[in-house]
Every structure is written in C-alpha cells, then in structure tokens.
Design a protein around this ligand. Structure first.
Ligand SMILES: Cc1cc2nc3c(=O)[nH]c(=O)nc-3n(C[C@H](O)[C@H](O)[C@H](O)COP(=O)(O)OP(=O)(O)OC[C@H]3O[C@@H](n4cnc5c(N)ncnc54)[C@H](O)[C@@H]3O)c2cc1C
Length: 471
C-alpha cells in the first residue's frame, strides 16, 4: 500500500505537460479555489498540486501509467456538483478534469442507446435523446452535472420512483484503470451474465476504482403527456403518511416529493421563485407521465380523489408546462435557497423503506431540535430518500455547530438503520460521510470494501481517502 505519496516535483509537472499540453495544466497556488472543493466545502478543502484538463483516454492512460509508477495520487473531476466531498485531492497530487471530453455521439436507434464522453452534461444528454424522440429518464436535480459524474455516483433524482437510477440505464462503460490500462465493461447488450457484474460495481464507485472515459446509455420512448399535482397538507408528517397511499394506486407515479412551507418560504424569500399553492404547512408534489391522455386523466383523478380522502386541504393540478414548471422550479432551488438562508449546511441523505418515511420524519425532527438545530426534511419521499437538511444559525459558533451536527448525524444514521434504511440514498460516501460508515456497515463490510478497492487500485492512487480509508 502506498501512503505516503510522492511529493510532486518539477520533473513530474514537465511529464504531465509533455503528454497533454502546457496550456491545459495549472500548478499549485495558480489553481482556482473552486477546484479545492465540490458543492460541499464543509466536507474538506484541499489544494491539488497540479490541475490538468484532458482531451482523450490516451492522455488519461499516459497520466495514470506515470502516476502508478511514481506513486502520485490522482482524483478525477467532473462538474464538481457532488454533495459528498468526493472530487477533491485529499492527499494532494493530480486533479484530472474530464470536462473537455464532452462529445455526444449520434443516437443509435436500432439499439435505442446514446453514447457519450464523461464530460457531456446531463442536460445535453437529455436534449440529444429528446431531439430524436427518445427519453433519458434519470433526472437528478443538478442538470449541469457531467454524465460521467452521474454514472460514477449512480445519481438518483426525482424520477427514480418510476424509472429507477442512473445504474438502470447504463449498458456499458469504457474506463482507464489506475495502472493506465484501458478496459471495456460489458457491451451494448440488454443482458449479460458473463463473469462478475463489474460494470455495476464501477457505477457508484465515486472515482475510487477507475476513470470513466465513455458510457453507453439506454433510452426509452418519450412519454407523450405528463401532469403534476400539488397536495397541501397541515403537516409534513401528513404528507409522509400520504406517500404509501399514492403508491398503492394502480398507476406508477414518476416522482413524489415533499416540502415544508418554511422551505418554500426560504426559496420564495431568497430566490423570488413563487410556489403556486399557498395553503398548508407542507406540500406533497406528485407527477405522472403517460403515453395517452386517457391514461393520464385516470391517474390524476384517482390520485386527487385519494388525496382529498386522506386529509389534503386541496389538490391543485398543474396540467400546463408553465404551471408545472413553477412547482418544479421551487423544488429544484431548495439547495440554493438554503445556501442563501444559512451560514452553512449539513446534507444528511438517508434512505428508509417507504413504509417508514413518516416515522423517520417524526423522529428526525425530534433529534434535530434536541441538539438545537434547524432542520428541513425534504425531497425524494417517493423512494424513501429523505434529505434531512441541517442548517447552521448565524449565532452558532464553529464548535457548537460541529459538535451538534456530529451528534445529530450519529443519531439520524442510527435511526435510519433501526428502521431498515441506509446511510446514503444518492449523494454517496465521499469524504463527508466516511466518519460514520464503519459504524453503519460494520467491520466485515469495511474489509470487503478494502478488498474491492485493492483489486482495482493496489497502490491506492485513485481518489484516495474516499469511500474507504486505509490509514
Ligand atoms: C442543486 C443540486 C442538486 C442535486 N441533486 C441531485 C439529485 O437529485 N440526485 C443525485 O444523485 N445527486 C444530486 N446532486 C449531486 C451531484 O449533482 C451528483 O452527485 C452528480 O452525479 C455529480 O456529478 P459531477 O459531474 O458534478 O461530479 P463531481 O462532483 O465532479 O464528482 C463526483 C465524484 O465522481 C468522481 N468522478 C467524476 N467524474 C468521473 C469520471 N469520469 N470517472 C471517474 N470518477 C469520476 C469524482 O472523483 C467524485 O468522487 C445535486 C447537486 C446539486 C448541487
């Protein structure tokens, strides 16, 4: 094993320039501060020794071969929108950005797939599929994330309730290994039982096993119509109680999200995005896609009836793109709103069985208030992935905030485990949740994680100190 790493020298810098280009390499203090952290600076601020923007897999391969030989850590960077402190150089070394590798190849209609380089943006993949009458359903909140980042973090998002996660849409992957070799994982086939399912292990590996250089994604026919319903309730707990009732209906919803009024106020106040429904202390947002108007109308009227029968104050139907857009714009702006409204935030991203959502929400609020923390549970309640946002008040000292969040998170993760849940539903482990992982999964599981890491990266040079720590 390779800790401590080599401190990079002028000779190393010259080599990286020689296999890329001088104007795509930045050194030391000249590296912009934004590359010291991802969307959660709270999870660590680390300066890389060298930042390089690569153009193709051959450059990545040359860099990795050299780093492997010289024992230099390398961290791959996508768009830097991660919420786990993943795309940071915890042990210095090379930050390798793939954002210039952003080609999207023509849609393969016969296989209904699209192939892209890792730096292509999610929104551009969605648009390219749509332009050909097809649909790429994964819909994480941040559309300017890279597709490589989405795959390697197995991004979830709003539409997971109906369509599943990024993993469910990955046909095959091309990647550069830590020793520089270039490998293919699966091919453009619908099923595959050849050997271990390593492609699925790479998806969600958070840049710790290999560097993704190309991905082929499954597409499906576009739904022809969709509708969003807003069900205001007296409380978030009542919204949570409504979730299983929506899921029992004979139509599969595309998305089910919930928001408390306080959070809506935060977005309205700070970002001036107005939520169209004013009633209630909390709102359940339910979306349906369908392939015919008749199917959509049936789904919408059943859901509206169920909502009113189960305590909803009203059921607003946003059946035009404009009205639906104003609902989803507020939902999509939560993180930005919270950032504007608090000194800092802690992103707790547990996922619990759907049957336990209401219980989790009730207990989570008690835990947070016991530690004097402002808490906003929100998000993907349709799949049990409750973003339990802890917000720091202006009067809290660093020490108070740190110890209160640590204590609250310890209890929130224990609660999730007790309810049969997991520590993270989609944001991942990265650097930010590492402290809690061992307690959650146990020693034997950590040993397995270490064996997996070593099987790919025996010198521990790829994104070290994330997902699993060897120190
Ligand atoms: C407003 C907002 C909303 C969000 N909503 C969601 C949501 O609904 N669901 C969800 O799951 N996430 C969400 N996220 C988190 C984030 O957008 C996703 O994790 C996204 O997949 C990260 O992609 P990225 O390109 O920004 O990756 P980065 O942040 O650059 O990197 C993330 C990790 O992937 C690794 N990595 C990146 N590219 C590669 C590659 N080509 N090869 C190997 N490793 C690589 C990095 O080393 C790092 O460990 C949200 C973030 C924001 C800011």
């Amino acid at each position: 094993m390779a800790y401590p790493y080599k401190k990079m020298t002028d000779e190393d810098f010259a080599y990286i320039r020689s296999v890329t280009a001088g104007d795509r390499v930045i050194l030391g203090d000249d590296i912009p501060y934004e590359y010291y952290h991802d969307e959660m600076p709270e999870y660590g601020i680390y300066r890389p020794d060298l930042y390089v923007e690569v153009l193709n897999k051959e450059e990545i391969s040359a860099i990795m071969k050299y780093a492997y030989q010289e024992n230099i850590p390398v961290t791959c960077r996508g768009a830097g929108t991660g919420l786990a402190g993943g795309a940071t150089c915890k042990y210095g070394g090379i930050m390798l950005s793939v954002m210039r590798m952003n080609r999207i190849f023509p849609v393969d209609h016969k296989n209904q797939t699209i192939t892209a380089e890792p730096g292509a943006l999610l929104l551009d993949i969605q648009a390219a599929a749509s332009a050909e009458g097809l649909f790429y359903p994964p819909d994480p909140g941040e559309k300017t994330a890279s597709i490589g980042g989405n795959v390697i973090t197995n991004a979830g998002g709003m539409k997971a309730v109906r369509y599943g996660l990024t993993r469910d849409f990955v046909r095959c992957i091309e990647a550069v290994m830590p020793d520089g070799s270039i490998m293919q994982f699966s091919s453009n086939v619908v099923k595959n039982t050849t050997g271990y399912a390593i492609k699925d292990l790479i998806i969600g590996s958070e840049g710790t096993l290999c560097i993704l250089t190309q991905v082929t994604l499954k597409l499906i026919p576009q739904p022809t119509c969709s509708c969003t319903l807003v069900m205001p309730f007296k409380s978030l707990e009542e919204c949570a109680d409504m979730v299983p009732k929506v899921l029992e209906l004979p139509f599969v919803p595309t998305a089910i999200e919930f928001l408390e009024r306080e959070l809506i106020d935060i977005v309205e106040r700070n970002l001036h995005k107005m939520f169209p429904v004013k009633e209630g202390n909390a709102a359940l947002i339910v979306m349906y896609d369908a392939s015919s108007k008749m199917e959509l109308d049936a789904a919408v009227s059943m859901a509206a009836e169920a909502a009113l029968a189960n305590g909803a104050i009203d059921c607003a139907i946003a059946d035009t793109a404009e009205r639906a857009g104003s609902v989803w714009a507020v939902r999509g702006a939560i993180l930005e709103g919270m950032k504007a409204d608090s000194v800092s935030q802690e992103e707790c991203d547990v996922v619990v069985p759907r049957s336990e959502i209401a219980e989790y929400v009730k207990q989570a609020k008690k835990i947070a208030s016991h530690y004097g923390l402002r808490v906003e549970p929100c998000g993907h309640c349709g799949d049990g992935n409750i973003h339990t946002e802890l917000l720091r008040g202006a009067d809290q000292t660093d020490e108070e905030w740190k110890s209160a969040t640590h204590a609250a998170l310890t209890e929130l993760y224990a609660l999730s485990k007790k309810l049969g849940g997991q520590m993270s539903g989609e944001h991942g482990t990265g650097n930010g949740r590492l402290d809690f992982l061992k307690e959650f999964v146990g020693d034997r599981m950590i040993e397995l994680y270490k064996s997996v890491k070593l099987a790919f990266d025996d010198k521990l040079i790829l994104n070290p100190g994330k997902m699993v720590e060897f120190n």
